[in-house]
Design a protein around this ligand. Structure first.
Ligand code: ATP
Ligand code: MG
Length: 256
């Protein structure tokens, strides 16, 4: 597969097996740069596995096998060094997982420090502030950067994890139900933060969500997965107005 100009993510003929079970079945899709793709589908359909196949966290699952192509900003994910591949991408998981023994500041600063992205303490402070602002958390934590993260609410912890990911300036941001465990007010804050990222940064987002309303509100493209198969993929407006597959219709109505 060749890199097509303008695309952030190209997937072709992707298949994943775990312990011999076929989990992702011949998935192919393309997402232009600076767009949000919402991945939807019932529980167990393979959404998280798809994200793990994109950033190669799948390598960590014993007895897993991947076939097919994934290109991220032109980088062939399965022929590059996995550490370099993961540096292109950030990930936020469903349950907030800040480093519990590091301060709010350190949670964001540790990645840039380890990857030598900054040359001075001032530059690091600037980057931490920038990432917390982009995650729409700065105003809530600027006076308490030395606190441990367990003193934040769940939604704030999730935004801290978003800031931690952003501090590494990923090209592709993978989010696995980032608002699944947070209250509606925090969910809206996270959605706003995501939308505004696209305005200011060269970034593309893949967002797994269980909430059809959320997908319609913030995504440009929707992929609907059922039992490992991509049953529908296209522009959000088209799919929301005119879903072709019966399962998508049911899902959008909240029936599956
Ligand atoms: N580490 C693993 N070992 C064995 N099977 C796995 C593993 N990870 C995922 N699977 C299987 O792959 C299938 C898809 O799982 P996956 O977690 O990708 O679904 P999902 O769409 O993210 O579901 P949910 O909405 O509940 O998060 C399931 O049948 C699951 O049991
Ligand atoms: Mg999942």
């Amino acid at each position: 597969m060749i890199e097509e100009k303008g695309y952030a993510l190209q997937i072709e003929g992707l298949n994943v097996w775990i312990r011999g079970k076929h989990i992702i079945k011949n998935v192919g899709l393309k997402v232009p740069k600076r767009r949000i793709l919402a991945v939807m589908g019932p529980s167990g359909s393979g959404k998280s596995t798809l994200l793990r196949a994109i950033n190669r966290l799948i390598d960590l699952i014993p007895e897993s096998k991947v076939e097919g192509k994934v290109l991220v900003y032109g980088t062939d994910v399965y022929s590059e060094d996995p550490y370099r591949v993961r540096r292109l991408m950030g990930m936020v998981f469903q349950t907030p997982n800040p480093f519990p023994n590091m301060s709010i500041y350190e949670n964001v600063a540790i990645g840039p420090k380890l990857n030598r992205l900054v040359r001075s303490k001032d530059e690091l402070n600037e980057l931490v502030r920038w990432a917390l602002e982009k995650a729409m958390l700065w105003d809530e934590v600027k006076g308490r950067l030395d606190d441990l993260p367990h003193r934040l609410s769940g939604g704030q912890q999730q935004r801290l994890c978003l800031a931690r990911a952003l501090a590494l300036k990923p090209k592709l941001l993978l989010l696995d139900e980032p608002t699944g465990n947070v209250d509606p007010v925090n969910a809206v804050k996270i959605e706003e933060a995501l939308r505004s990222l696209l305005r200011d940064l060269e970034i593309t987002i893949v967002l797994v969500t269980h909430t059809p309303h959320q997908a319609v509100r913030i995504s440009d493209y929707i992929a609907f997965i059922y039992m490992g198969e991509l049953v529908e993929f296209g522009l959000t407006d088209t799919i929301a107005l005119n879903p072709r597959h019966e399962l998508t219709v049911k899902f959008l109505r909240g029936e599956v």
